[in-house]
Design a protein around this ligand. Structure first.
Ligand SMILES: Nc1ncnc2c1ncn2[C@@H]1O[C@H](COP(=O)(O)OP(=O)(O)OP(=O)(O)O)[C@@H](O)[C@H]1O
Ligand SMILES: [Mg+2]
Length: 503
């Protein structure tokens, strides 16, 4: 290899020309490697961890690995025109996203830029995407329900405002449907919703947004979207960006619901980044700090103390499992961070029990204290009914003679399963939920054949709305059951008028 003298001198001249530029290695670095959404830069001696950096092509990056000789950077957005030798500058800030009321009704990317073609978002407020979670003294315990409008959840695994409830299940078990229904049900409940779609097909997200629009839910919802074609860093920051948008409302005393659909894909994006940054891989090739990835995110959702305005952020993180394996690395991590989990099972889903909630393996550790009194009363025995039904069901398959008590339990169980089914986008008010569960647990459905139950339900709601709205009103206003004699009387009247379909 020959060294050309003129090349060297040209280079030296070039360098000398730049001498006046006040090139400061503490504040400005030089890209030494770029590829796959990752860059390394020399210089930048003063850079802080997670600081926002600006490349000479206008793209931004976040400082990740601070090493003796260089800095590992994840690049947000375009990286194909960043070259080795380009400059990269410190900004002195950590990354921020626009926040505030103007974001509501919009679909944005993880940088907070609109992707819905509805024009610029006019807000001058921003918030850092990473911030400290509220401490012990800043919180209070969950005490107000977040009604999902889904009977099985509100009765068996109730969610309170400020709670973090994991939703976990295989692919195509109705996870996204559950999220959308919960958001749709927040209409008129004074809850701002944020739906963070991570690594989902653009067409799926488009459908979800259409569904939300159709039910008028975009009036109080922000959608943060990081598509599968975006570089991994965008998927990685999406939930933090969504949380920052939620915090703006929470710290102003409002109630927020945030859905992360789903964190498995975010963890995979983080694994990709970490491997490219050459961090040592651990179990399932995830880096050592993958627990912190999710714990620092979910800890930011809380019910704030009254001193801080009493706002809340309820988080529903989603995790996708493989073949129902909830003991894999990421699922167990997130189970241990959250206040309970709702387990969706593929077998139930395909057998037609939808939503496919496995009541035995689903728990809510704090939501019970936030249930309204009426719901607590009717749901009390439901879980036991269901558990003993599942137990007896396997016996009953042998077809041997069963005593009457067992028969009764089986028949109640079958009806319970049927009542807990719910079609898509048909969320219920809490008084209707209480009504049907009261009817179920007090034996009013025992004489109704199982195939008639769905019709029974619909007719029951109509009947009460037109004849006994005063009873429903008691539940609405006081949260407690109305006079039970009156309620039973009303149900008896309805049962007498209900026509059982002939086979
Ligand atoms: N309660 C329900 N009743 C009837 N159909 C339902 C119900 N819940 C979901 N579905 C249907 O099941 C299909 C899968 O649902 P969904 O997309 O919500 O599942 P997912 O778990 O989010 O899937 P993915 O793994 O692709 O994210 C959809 O076509 C949806 O319409
Ligand atoms: Mg989905």
């Amino acid at each position: 290899m020959s060294i050309k003298a003129e090349e060297i001198s040209a280079l030296i001249k070039q360098q000398l020309e730049k001498y006046d530029d006040k090139l400061n290695v503490d504040e400005v670095g030089t890209v030494t490697y770029v590829g796959d959404g990752i860059a390394r830069a020399h210089g930048l001696n003063n850079v802080l961890s997670s600081e926002l950096l600006e490349f000479s092509n206008g793209s931004y990056g976040i400082a990740q690995n601070l090493e003796a000789n260089d800095v590992g950077i994840i690049i947000l957005g375009k990286f194909d025109d960043i070259r080795e030798g380009d400059q990269v500058k410190r900004t002195g800030r950590i990354m921020e996203v626009p926040v505030g009321d103007a974001m509501i009704g919009r679909v944005v990317n993880p940088l907070g830029q609109p992707v819905d073609g509805l024009g610029e978002i006019k807000t001058d407020k921003t918030r850092p995407i990473e911030s400290k979670a509220p401490g012990v003294m800043d919180r209070q315990s969950v005490n107000q329900p977040l009604q999902t409008g889904i009977k099985a959840i509100d009765a068996l695994v109730p969610i309170g405002r400020g709670q973090r409830e994991l939703i976990i299940g295989d692919r195509k078990t109705g996870k996204t449907a559950l999220a959308l229904d919960t958001i749709i049900n927040q209409k008129g409940q004074d809850v701002i919703c944020i739906y963070v779609a991570i690594g989902q097909k653009e067409s799926t997200v488009k459908n979800s947004v259409e569904t939300l629009k159709r039910y008028g839910a975009m009036d109080y919802t922000i959608v943060v979207e990081a598509g599968p074609s975006e570089p991994a860093p965008m998927l990685y920051i999406a939930p933090y960006a969504g949380t920052a948008m939620g915090e703006e409302f929470m710290y102003n005393g409002k109630d927020v619901l945030i859905v992360f659909d789903d964190l498995s894909k975010q963890a995979v994006a983080y694994r990709e980044i970490s491997l490219l940054l050459r961090r040592p891989p651990g179990r399932e090739a995830y880096p050592g700090d993958v627990f912190y990835l999710h714990s620092r995110l979910l800890e930011r959702s809380a019910k704030l103390s009254d001193k801080l305005g009493g706002g809340s952020m309820t988080a529903l993180p989603f995790i996708q499992t493989q073949a129902g394996d909830i003991s894999a690395y990421i699922p167990t991590n997130v189970i241990s961070i959250t206040d309970g989990q709702i387990f969706l099972e593929a077998d139930l889903f395909f057998a037609g029990t939808r939503p496919a909630i496995n009541a035995g393996e689903s728990v809510s550790r704090v939501g019970g204290s936030a249930q309204i009194k009426a719901m607590k009363k009717v749901a009390g025995t439901l879980r036991m009914d269901l558990a003993s039904y599942r137990e007896l069901e396997s016996f009953a398959q042998f077809g041997s003679d069963l005593d009457q008590a067992t028969q009764a339990k089986l028949s109640r169980g079958r009806r319970t399963v049927e009542v807990l089914k719910q079609p898509l986008h048909k969320t219920l008010s809490v008084e209707d939920e209480v009504l049907i569960l009261y009817a179920l647990t007090h034996g009013f459905l025992d004489s109704i054949p199982v195939p008639d139950i769905q019709r029974y339900e619909l007719e029951l709601y109509d009947y009460f709305a037109s004849n006994y709205d005063d009873l429903l009103d008691v539940i609405r206003k006081t949260g407690d059951l109305p006079d039970e004699d009156k309620l039973k009387e009303a149900l008896k009247n309805f049962n007498e008028g209900f026509s059982i379909s002939k086979k």
